[in-house]
Write a protein that binds this ligand. Sequence first.
Ligand SMILES: Nc1ncnc2c1ncn2[C@@H]1O[C@H](COP(=O)(O)OP(=O)(O)OP(=O)(O)O)[C@@H](O)[C@H]1O
Ligand SMILES: [Mg+2]
Length: 238
Amino acid sequence: MNKENSTMVKTINLHKTYVSGSLAVQAVRGIDLEVKKGEFIAIMGPSGSGKSTLINCLAAIDTPTMGDIFIEGRNIAALSDDELAEIRLRKIGLVFQTFQLFELLTALENVEMPMTFLKMPKKKRQERALELLRMVGLKARAKHLPSELSGGEQQRIAVARALANDPPILFLDEPTGDLDSKNGQMVMELLASIHDKGETLVMVTHDPEMATYADRVINMLDGKVLNEEINNKTKKTN
Ligand SMILES: Nc1ncnc2c1ncn2[C@@H]1O[C@H](COP(=O)(O)OP(=O)(O)OP(=O)(O)O)[C@@H](O)[C@H]1O
Ligand SMILES: [Mg+2]
């Protein structure tokens, strides 16, 4: 199979309905989506259109009401709890809008955390965490707590942590949403460089400027895909 064209994530007729009391909210209403390996997808759409719901289902932290999700060809609904935990640890990196770093842990310890779950020896995971911090330009801040770092720095730590176990796919829900334009730009350039190295990225954003970094933009409305646009940009060849 041609790796360039193989499918990383796929959904078939995905639905998610939230029921609270007598009220049902159809957050996602029949989404068919295919993300190729190495592709960078931006998901846009108005508030409440289902972007976070979709990305949470794709990242296996929420369960669809109907429809199927395949990650590297495996239907995640058919997996045992252990298999699903394994997929979450090894296949999926996740970055939230509000960083969600562990406040009592240093930058280095935050990045080490996912490797601890995989029982990687301490020396090895510290080396890798330092290498990841170097990659996001924050090696000198390894010993700092999140509260001692700027928003942009915290978000770059969150990206480093999401990459710790070298997951083939990275999901990001408004990773630049809480950042000023300078810090947002810095995070986007980091994501673009990760993408250039072959990572698959699925990013929710409100910001059309940020979406220009993606290969493809999917516009959502009322839980459905309204349309999609291919970004024509000159791709770097390396
Ligand atoms: N846990 C929940 N329980 C009930 N309704 C929910 C829940 N989560 C989301 N919703 C509803 O589902 C719809 C889609 O929400 P979602 O968070 O996916 O939107 P979004 O596109 O990410 O919006 P935003 O741009 O504001 O982040 C909204 O109407 C929301 O109120
Ligand atoms: Mg959202």
